[in-house]
Design a protein around this ligand. Structure first.
Ligand code: NAG
Ligand code: NAG
Ligand code: NAG
Length: 492
């Protein structure tokens, strides 16, 4: 050891002062190439050199710099782009110590965030014991779960880790997010390389705590509808993850949302997370990384409309489908047809997470991985024609995939007595049963409007619109439901 180094040890640092951020560890998945994984940590000796060596790849070096937000120094490196899945050993060395991570894989890292339906554990899904047994076979899918912590200011690192990186074990995978896990499991055969899943979820949280102040500033501000203050979950459970290079994000949240606000808030959150994950990873996380989400499931047996249809619509920023111009590179699992009124975990937590995950994987393959010819959306109405006598409305769907019509209800028309072409709050919605169908179209009766004019149409516009997988319209080849729909400005 040189006298200088010895001097530095004794004055500012000692062996053991070299540290890694909380979410790097044995058994982890680092983002594979062409993206470059970022690693960072703390050290005491400013200016000291840190070397990070992945077995089988060129070592990278960096120096410890001042960290304006803390008392220790900070180091951060970008690894080379690595596509070999491993397992590899990662050695981090400096004059202050040496850290060795073993059994590290390179694959795609997905962050899964949201409230209780994202936190809903694999041990609670339908057929859970069979699912857990199956899960244990997927040793190249690795999981990590953050602890639930809030903070009034952004945290640099996680304060609390619930499950450090691990291959699935009986205990860890049982307690892990079912939607997140099953997504990884169903995606895996289509990628054939490791998948890293990071769960960061907290039951009962509205969207505001998950939004940074920048995201919140983009939208009109409602009162926060839950127990957590604005940005506090973002600060403690997302901000610390920004420096990790990731492939994409999944989101299951919104049950307590407000329809008039959620559309702006959600689009703003997506845009903000993308910007900040990109900045944190020094440009390695894609500026338009794939962002998948579950549309709200039913929450109780009831014919009521309630707020869910409005929130579902807002989850698509008012388009009814994604991706769209306000929500590029997003994909959605429609879940309104997955009621589970007997769920022992309350009807707002349906146990059919397998279907949600299957639907998300189709979106990830089409949008997130640009796989050609993957149909990832159910049928969506494209054109409308009212017959001359205004007895029927023909709805033509804009997809090559033929329709699978499972029953004749679910549609309603808005009847207006005014000579307007717009449905207003005082107009009445009446049932419009399906009377005819062909491969790509259905006709609905608008006779319920009697002498009034049909000026609007809505579909499955109820909090809990149908029995299990028994909404009216599905894609025949995909089994994907047509999403809920509303149109209030006539049919011209
Ligand atoms: C549960 O297992 C049964 C029997 O294998 C199967 O028919 C059913 O589809 C499974 N349910 C889910 C939600 O996977
Ligand atoms: C850490 O996270 C766990 C699980 O999310 C939580 O139960 C616990 O209260 C947290 N601990 C602290 C100190 O915040
Ligand atoms: C919530 O956060 C705001 C700042 O965003 C702060 O002014 C307010 O005191 C906080 N409220 C609580 C109850 O912590």
């Amino acid at each position: 050891m040189t006298p200088l180094l010895f001097f530095l040890f004794t004055v500012s640092g000692v062996l053991g002062d070299l540290k890694l951020a909380s979410y790097y560890g044995d058994h982890m998945v680092l983002q594979r190439g062409p993206q470059r994984a970022v690693m960072w940590g703390k050290a005491k000796v400013i200016g000291d050199e840190v070397t990070v060596a992945v077995s089988g790849a060129a070592a990278v070096k960096t120096t410890v710099v001042n960290d304006p937000s803390g008392t220790e120094g900070l180091w951060k490196v970008k690894l080379p782009a690595i596509t070999d899945p491993g397992p590899v050993t990662v050695k981090i060395t400096s004059s202050e110590g040496e850290i060795t991570l073993s059994d590290v894989l390179f694959g795609d890292v997905w962050v899964c965030a949201g409230q209780s339906n994202m936190g809903f554990a694999l041990s609670r899904v339908m057929n859970s014991s069979a699912e857990i047994t199956e899960a244990l076979k997927f040793k190249n899918i690795r999981i990590f779960k953050t602890g639930q912590v809030e903070s009034p200011s952004p945290l640099e690192d996680l304060k609390n880790v619930s499950t450090p990186w691990t291959a699935p074990t009986q205990d860890t995978v049982s307690a892990f997010s079912a939607v997140c896990w099953l997504f990884g499991e169903y995606l895996y055969p289509h990628r054939n390389y490791p998948i890293g899943l990071v769960e960061s979820a907290w039951g009962g949280t509205p969207i505001e705590p998950w939004s940074s102040p920048d995201a919140l500033a983009k939208c009109p501000q409602p009162q926060v509808s839950g127990p957590k203050n604005k940005s506090v979950v973002w600060n403690a459970m997302i901000n610390p993850l920004l420096d990790m290079t990731i492939y994409g994000t999944l989101w299951y949240q919104g049950e307590g949302g407000m329809p008039n606000f959620y559309g702006c808030q959600f689009s703003a959150l997506i845009q903000d997370w993308r910007q900040k994950f990109r900045a944190g990873s020094e440009g390695e996380t894609d500026a338009a990384f794939p962002f998948g989400f579950a549309q709200l499931a039913p929450n109780m047996k009831s014919d009521d409309i309630g707020v869910f249809p409005g929130i579902r619509w807002s989850q698509t920023a008012g388009f009814g489908f994604v991706p769209n111009q306000k929500m590029p590179q997003t994909f959605m699992a429609v879940a309104m047809d997955l009621p589970d009124y007997n769920s022992p975990y309350k009807p707002i937590h349906p146990r059919y997470k397998q279907d949600v995950a299957h639907r998300l994987v189709l979106g990830a393959r089409a949008i997130g991985y640009k796989e050609p010819n993957v149909i990832f959306r159910g049928p969506f109405p494209k054109t409308f024609s009212l017959d001359n006598d205004q007895h029927t409305l023909k709805i033509t769907y804009g997809q090559n995939n033929p329709l699978d019509v499972r029953n004749n209800h679910g549609f309603e028309v808005c009847c207006s007595s005014q000579s307007t072409t717009k449905c207003t709050d005082t107009d009445e919605w009446v049932a419009a049963p399906i009377t005819n169908q062909d491969t790509h179209a259905v006709s609905v009766s608008v006779a319920g409007c009697v002498s009034k004019s049909p000026v609007g149409l809505r579909y499955e516009w109820r909090k809990s619109p149908c029995d299990l997988k028994q909404c009216a319209i599905y894609g025949k080849d995909t089994d994907l439901p047509a999403p809920p729909y509303i149109r209030e400005n006539g049919f011209n």
